[in-house]
Design a protein around this ligand. Sequence first.
Ligand SMILES: Cc1cc2nc3c(=O)[nH]c(=O)nc-3n(C[C@H](O)[C@H](O)[C@H](O)COP(=O)(O)OP(=O)(O)OC[C@H]3O[C@@H](n4cnc5c(N)ncnc54)[C@H](O)[C@@H]3O)c2cc1C
Length: 315
Amino acid sequence: MVLAEHTGKQISEATYELLGKAHELASALGGVAEVALLGPRDLATQLGGAGVVISVDHPVLAEYLPEAYEQALLAVVAERAPRLVLMSNATAGLDLGAALSVRWQAPLAAYVTDLTAEDGTVVATAQILGGKIVAEVALPGERGIATVIGGAFPAAAGEGGGVPEVVDVAPPAGLDSLRMTLQQVVEPQGGDVDITAADVLVSVGRGIESSDNLELVAELGDALGVPLSASRPVVDAGWLPKTRQVGKSGLKVKPKAYLAFGISGAPEHLEGMRGAELIIACNTDPGAPIFNVAHYGTTVDLFDLVPALTERLSR
Ligand SMILES: Cc1cc2nc3c(=O)[nH]c(=O)nc-3n(C[C@H](O)[C@H](O)[C@H](O)COP(=O)(O)OP(=O)(O)OC[C@H]3O[C@@H](n4cnc5c(N)ncnc54)[C@H](O)[C@@H]3O)c2cc1C
């Protein structure tokens, strides 16, 4: 069972990534993949890749509200008894995965990057200690939960144009007497370039040293006709707006090419860009973790490489 992640209007890309994997696991385990849709029932039309959608529709589920989602999801798992519940390892999933684990008495693997099913046992590959250790975690028994890092699986296998069967589960009575109320949804700041829509990104990290040096990479971006993105320290320093931040607490990007200059490749950064088709990294430290995901890499000093590249591209 995949928990659909949505904004009230749009099903997230992460949901399709999970659904594709759920189909694969379901056929290995001899079952079917279902999607739990908490919130507007009409969003099921965006879930053509699911055979069955289990819908709980109630006004308090339109946006993520921890107490309401916990109650509704408990009602769904009680009714459907899934072998495994998959959620996105993002704001809602991290919160709800732990709550469901306690209330449903099921083991939880968080920060998951892969899942396999062997002899009826689900094995999750999970990052622990902030990604410094990668562990294989078995989820044996009759139930388990995994929260999966965005970009871990391709979305295409979960997309589809069919019309799913929708099974309605009655909203639990508790939804009408919640202790928690949603006050306000804060939309992200807009008005800047949308880095998630760019085919190519020139991305810059702390290796750039100061805001004065940003001009160097901006010139390379101009020569390529692409926007600048950045790691968190560059945004925290106020050198680029938050809308340019790639990573766990920034945006998830999937460009055709991602050029990383002076970025170490911390797990929180990789979470936002590991889905890029081509990753080219420039970092003077040959041991920098960015080289574990880069398709091409160089240890040349960025202050030598960037102007040379710009010059070459501008000819
Ligand atoms: C809850 C949480 C959320 C987070 N969210 C995010 C997020 O969304 N995005 C994000 O990016 N980070 C995030 N972080 C921070 C993350 O852990 C790292 O601290 C951050 O990604 C490091 O940024 P960096 O690679 O630019 O800097 P550093 O790790 O300092 O790396 C700088 C790199 O530049 C290289 N370098 C230095 N000089 C040169 C040169 N002249 N030429 C070439 N290379 C050079 C160095 O070798 C080094 O590897 C988060 C952390 C937490 C705890």
